[in-house]
Design a protein around this ligand. Structure first.
Ligand code: GRF
Length: 215
């Protein structure tokens, strides 16, 4: 049985489309059934609909509190029998109630090698720090921003003449491969959250956890 997945977005939705495309493979262990954007004008909504995925806006500005917005998101997830949630460029911090309710069942992608460069503008943070390697991380969502247990990471080089934009582009290409890889691990039960860490299913080949963006 494929896991029923909802994707939370706020913008263009290129990671969302990477997940949608990966899920077309017959052996992929998850199906994308719902896209929710907190911004009604997010281009990703139309992209999702064109791909045949149900897409809805839940405008955070229409809710008086974070909790009220989160309750509307929760109702949509429950109403569509969602089993796993993927945040993909979703620019809202969740209340700890919602993050806790979905603990171990909600993923996020962040364009840095966490725990370095949490929060906004991680590519500029990486350039300012002078690191030679950056990348992206898929982690389980916890109430603390960008701090949840790490499922998978991919590294990319930082080049001497990089700007935040050129580095972001290089990282984004890795994101599009890493997110489907990480969701496959979770949806298949190969990786799961246990005691605040990501544990691997017994008997699984260690190589199945190694992701190389150059391969
Ligand atoms: C990605 O870099 C993601 O990691 C970050 O925001 C960007 C979203 O891009 N959180 P897209 O909407 O998936 O194209």
């Amino acid at each position: 049985m494929k896991k029923r997945v909802a994707i939370l977005i706020s913008g263009r939705g290129s990671n969302m489309m990477a997940l949608v495309e990966a899920a077309r493979a017959p052996d992929y262990p998850a199906e994308m059934v719902l896209v929710i954007s907190n911004r009604p004008d997010a281009p990703g909504l139309q992209r999702a609909r064109s791909a045949g995925i149900k897409a809805m806006a839940i405008d955070h500005k229409a809710y008086a509190t974070r909790e009220a917005f989160d309750a509307a998101v929760e109702a949509a997830l429950v109403g569509h029998h969602i089993e796993l949630v993927c945040q993909a460029g979703f620019m809202r911090i969740q209340s700890s109630a919602l993050a806790t309710r979905w603990l171990g069942r909600q993923l996020n992608i962040h364009p840095s090698l966490l725990p370095s460069f949490k929060g906004l503008h991680p590519q500029k943070q990486a350039l300012d720090a002078g690191v030679r390697i950056s990348g992206c991380t898929v982690h389980f969502v916890t109430p603390e921003l960008d701090a949840g247990p790490i499922i998978a990471q991919a590294a990319v080089p930082v080049l001497a003449d990089d700007t935040p934009e050129t580095l972001a582009e290089r990282i984004l290409l890795a994101e599009h491969r890493l997110y489907p890889f990480a969701l496959r691990l979770v949806a298949s039960g190969t990786a799961r959250l246990e005691g605040g860490r990501v544990v691997r299913k017994e008997g699984v080949n260690q190589a199945d956890f190694l992701y190389s963006p150059m391969a």
